[in-house]
Design a protein around this ligand. Sequence first.
Ligand code: SAM
Length: 317
Amino acid sequence: NNGDARAARIPRYVRVNTCLWTTEEAIRHYQEKGFKLADPFSSDKAFAQDEHIPDLLVFHPQRQFHDDVCYTTGKVILQDKASCFPATVLAPPARDDSVVIDATAAPGNKTSHMSALMANMGKLYAFERDQKRYRTLKAMLNKAGCKNAEAINADFLTVDPSDPKYGRVTHILLDPSCSGSGIVNRLDHSLEAEDDNAEGLENRLNKLAGFQLMMIKHAMKFPAVQKIAYSTCSIYAVENEQVVKQALNSKEATHSGFKLVPRAQALPTWHRRGGEEDMACKDHAESLIRCSPGEDATNGFFVACFVKTQVTHGIEK
Ligand code: SAM
């Protein structure tokens, strides 16, 4: 732990992995272990159900789960609340014919969340470029019983959108490498941020933003894609609102009529929305979700969800 006072105000979030059991069963289990449904800050034996994410349980910040058998067997996943937003907003369908991509998947928290939302049905391709992290991803998906997920050790940018294998992909989750500047509680994010280097911050952010934009534009080229959720654990507009603005203005977006999903479909009851100064209009900013480190009892986070509004019959070259 980095000792940041803000980290102490973040509860311990535990996502129930509904690939393996139900939230009702999990609540009963913890009650039988002596926990009581009450304000999680009131005692280290209190816990609650989260108000925005139905399968998320909230415990006291000091509560440790690394020795909990439910954690070691994959029945619960230690995942910050904000990091549960992208899969929730993307809402991949639970159907036998669903085809979904997680473009940047390791260590696999959001992949396993999508697998659970899909009720372990259909097909979920999970790409990871780094070989070591790919192995972590594979182990995590196996432990979590995500039978509909297939981990693939490949760079998403080299995946051909016209490959018939991906011709029916309708939903893509894109949580690419970012500055990690929103992370104040490293316990469940030890692999998220990339190493710091000697470059100036501005230089580094611009490079990251260029890469993030390229990833969104690539995702938009998949012929059947309807929805793309883009997220970062960065606090900087350069990686968030500004990337989204450029993505909306790109030829890939205009060709397929990609827009932002309205606030009504993007966690409408979540209070903190995107920064207006970097967006074309107030409606765009309202569509975006932000989490402020410390202030929102989560790490710093950003989510945008693009939706296709036109039917296309091919890929623009
Ligand atoms: N979504 C993950 C989770 O919730 O557990 C965290 C993803 S982390 C922020 C970004 C990951 O994307 C890293 O593991 C990184 O190695 C991988 N990555 C970066 N560029 C990639 C690319 N072009 N194709 C596939 N994976 C990539």
